[in-house]
Design a protein around this ligand. Structure first.
Ligand SMILES: [Zn+2]
Ligand SMILES: [Zn+2]
Length: 118
C-alpha cells in the first residue's frame, strides 16, 4: 500500500475499511471479508447487505431496498438498486405473465410491472 496523506482531493471515500452497522443485531462489522475474500470492491456494502438479508431476513442500517413483489407468487425479492429490481420484475412478468409490484421508499406509489401484451 502507498502511504496515505491528506490531499485536497474530495474523492477519498475508500480510505479506511468501511464499516456497516445493524441496529437489529446490535452489531457493527467492517467489510474486510467482502473486500478481501469476495473481491467485492465498490460493491462490498451491497454484497454485505444482500448477504445479511439472506442470513438474517433483514437489511442492515442505512440500506433501503427495492422490493419486487409478485401478486401471485409467495414472498418477494429485494434489491439494492432500481435496475436489478426492475429487471427482475420485467423478466418475471415476461415469463409468467404475473403482475409484479415495485416498491421503494423514494417513490410514493407502488409501480406495477406487467407483461407487455403483444
Ligand atoms: Zn442485522
Ligand atoms: Zn409470479
Amino acid at each position: 500500500m502507498t502511504d496515505r496523506r491528506d490531499t485536497d482531493d474530495a474523492n477519498t471515500e475508500i480510505d479506511d475499511t468501511p464499516t456497516i452497522a445493524c441496529s437489529r443485531c446490535d452489531r457493527e462489522w467492517d467489510l474486510d471479508y467482502e473486500l478481501d475474500e469476495l473481491h467485492a470492491g465498490n460493491g462490498a456494502l451491497e454484497q454485505f447487505a444482500l448477504d445479511h438479508r439472506q442470513h438474517t431476513g433483514h437489511f442492515p442500517d442505512d440500506v433501503t431496498p427495492w422490493l419486487a413483489e409478485c401478486r401471485r407468487c409467495p414472498g418477494h425479492e429485494a434489491f439494492l438498486t432500481e435496475r436489478p429490481a426492475r429487471r427482475w420484475a420485467e423478466t418475471h412478468a415476461r415469463h409468467t405473465r404475473h403482475r409484479v409490484s415495485l416498491q421503494h421508499a423514494s417513490i410514493d406509489e407502488t409501480t406495477t410491472v406487467e407483461s407487455p401484451t403483444q
